[in-house]
Design a protein around this ligand. Structure first.
Ligand code: FE2
Length: 195
């Protein structure tokens, strides 16, 4: 069984307290639903032929719920401690410069991915094996991840992240607010832990 984590979030600039409150409630729903589906599995697995369809659906939905849980556990801590600027020195900065020339270009890439249609996440991973970043779009919560790669930055671009504050067409404004509130030292810490 998994338990919902608590986050020490400051008031955000451009993302309202009410929006954050509702978003946290959605996060807790992923934890609850992952646990609920997990509880159903053992009984259904006793007769896979009879339970073929619910079993298949539950197995698929479980990774969706797990993704929703874990991705939000990457998302919210990125605001903890308040915003800090993009690093201008150190290993993380050097790795960004090597691939993106300057941090602004990495941010532009993340914004381009965030602008993609459909519910999902703009993601930045680090591949410790090849020592390079990978950026990508995770559809829903669980599709399109780069297998095994640890997450450096997770930007939620589901409508629930911005609808309340900016309406259905406000994703771009929300993404700007996300970066305005981002604690880059938290992102750097994730990178440093993998070196
Ligand atoms: Fe979300």
């Amino acid at each position: 069984m998994f338990e919902a984590k608590r986050f020490n979030l400051p008031s955000l600039d451009g993302i309202s307290d009410e929006s954050v409150k509702q978003h946290l409630a959605l996060y807790e729903g992923y934890v609850k639903n992952f646990n609920a589906l997990s509880n159903l599995l053992p009984e259904l697995a006793k007769d896979p032929e009879k339970n073929m369809h619910p079993l298949a659906e539950i197995i698929r939905r479980r990774s969706f719920e797990f993704g929703g849980m874990r991705l939000h556990e990457h998302y919210f801590p990125q605001f903890e401690g308040g915003p800090t600027p993009v690093p201008t020195s150190g290993a993380f900065y050097e790795a960004i410069v090597k691939e993106y020339h300057k941090p602004e270009w990495l941010i532009e890439m993340m914004k381009a991915i965030a602008a993609m249609r459909g519910p999902g996440w703009a993601m930045l991973y680090w591949d410790p094996e090849s020592k390079q970043f990978l950026t990508g779009f995770t559809g829903e919560q669980h599709q399109g991840h780069f297998a095994t790669l640890p997450i450096i930055l997770a930007l939620d671009v589901w409508e629930h992240a911005f609808l309340l504050d900016y309406g259905a067409t406000g994703k771009g404004t929300y993404v700007d607010a996300f970066f305005k509130n981002l604690n880059w030292s938290m992102i750097e810490k994730r990178f440093d832990a993998l070196q």
